[in-house]
Design a protein around this ligand. Structure first.
Ligand SMILES: Nc1nc2c(ncn2[C@@H]2O[C@H](COP(=O)(O)OP(=O)(O)OP(=O)(O)O)[C@@H](O)[C@H]2O)c(=O)[nH]1
Ligand SMILES: [Mg+2]
Length: 272
């Protein structure tokens, strides 16, 4: 698209140059010749207006189709027992229900977004063996990703949590469509809960380590050649979430209390 626009601009510039040169080349000797020149000037103006209209139309189409790449799904991901199904229940029915380990995705429409088209909340099971293919299946339609962290047990689970977050952020459609990401530091009602600031720091440090080990694995597989596919952050720089292409926001909450989730509901309104 950009190439097409650049080439049209080039045609336009060449044409303008020609017009600027024309009066010197032509010395009119009759009324007929003057008539012809007026006619060809009109044609040129028409051509320029046409090219401009074409360019603007292309620009509008490009902007609109770019936006369409984001679907209407909001994926709720995170490790087992982090509180995803509880969060889903609070968001869609303002109730905390008794939950069991999820074995397949739960999908519910979310309409509380100030008259905008509904979103679909997709609660992805956290079980290590089943979550991968399910999150990949839904990733291409993601408008946003809520990554739920159990703030009470994060210190013990940091590797598993980070491995999953890393996998989600390096899915190709998540990197190309760049849906917004909200990390919900859940279970803030529990005594040992870490703050969102501390959790952000823990995850950044651990992502650095995961990055190194995954790169080593890839190098081993590819006969010693390093590949940058699915890389997170900037090469040779300590990882920070500000270097991720997706907008990543950290908030705190407590899935068993709807009032503590205002930052989640506000974020849903913002991305809808
Ligand atoms: N104290 C406290 N407990 C919570 C909170 N959110 C969820 N829980 C509890 O944590 C347990 C697990 O919650 P689920 O919502 O089933 O967790 P999940 O992330 O869906 O787990 P999987 O389906 O196995 O991936 C349940 O006993 C919930 O009641 C919270 O904010 N605070
Ligand atoms: Mg669940």
């Amino acid at each position: 698209m950009i190439l097409l626009m650049v080439s049209m601009m080039a045609v336009l510039i060449v044409h303008l140059n020609k017009m600027a040169e024309e009066p010197e080349q032509n010395s009119f000797s009759s009324f007929e010749a003057v008539d012809d020149s007026i006619g060809s000037e009109n044609n040129s103006v028409g051509l320029i207006v046409g090219i401009f209209v074409g360019l603007i139309t292309l620009l509008i189409v490009w902007i609109l189709t770019g936006r369409k790449r984001l679907g209407r799904d909001v994926l709720i991901c995170g490790a087992c027992d982090s509180g995803k199904t509880t969060l889903l229940s609070q968001l869609v029915s303002s109730k905390s229900v008794e939950t069991y380990t999820s074995m397949k995705e739960n999908i519910h429409p979310y309409i509380d977004i100030h008259g905008k088209a509904p979103l679909a909340l997709v609660d992805i099971p956290g079980h290590e063996r089943i979550r991968g293919p399910i999150v990949e299946k839904w990733a291409s339609g993601a408008r946003g990703v809520i990554f739920v962290v159990d703030s009470n047990s994060i210190s013990k689970q940091v590797r598993d949590v980070t491995e999953f977050l890393y996998s989600v952020l390096t899915i190709s459609s998540i990197q190309s469509n760049r849906p917004a990401v909200l990390v919900l530091c859940n279970k803030q009602d529990l005594d040992l809960a870490k703050s969102s600031q501390v959790i952000k720091g823990l995850l950044e440090k651990e992502i650095d380590k995961v990055r190194v080990s995954r790169n080593n694995q890839l190098e081993g597989q590819e006969g010693g050649q390093s590949i940058n596919v699915g890389q997170l952050g900037k090469d040779g720089k300590i990882f920070t979430f500000s270097d991720v292409g997706n907008k990543v926001k950290f908030v705190e909450g407590n899935g068993s209390n709807r009032d503590s989730l205002v930052q989640v509901t506000q974020w849903l309104v913002d991305i809808a």
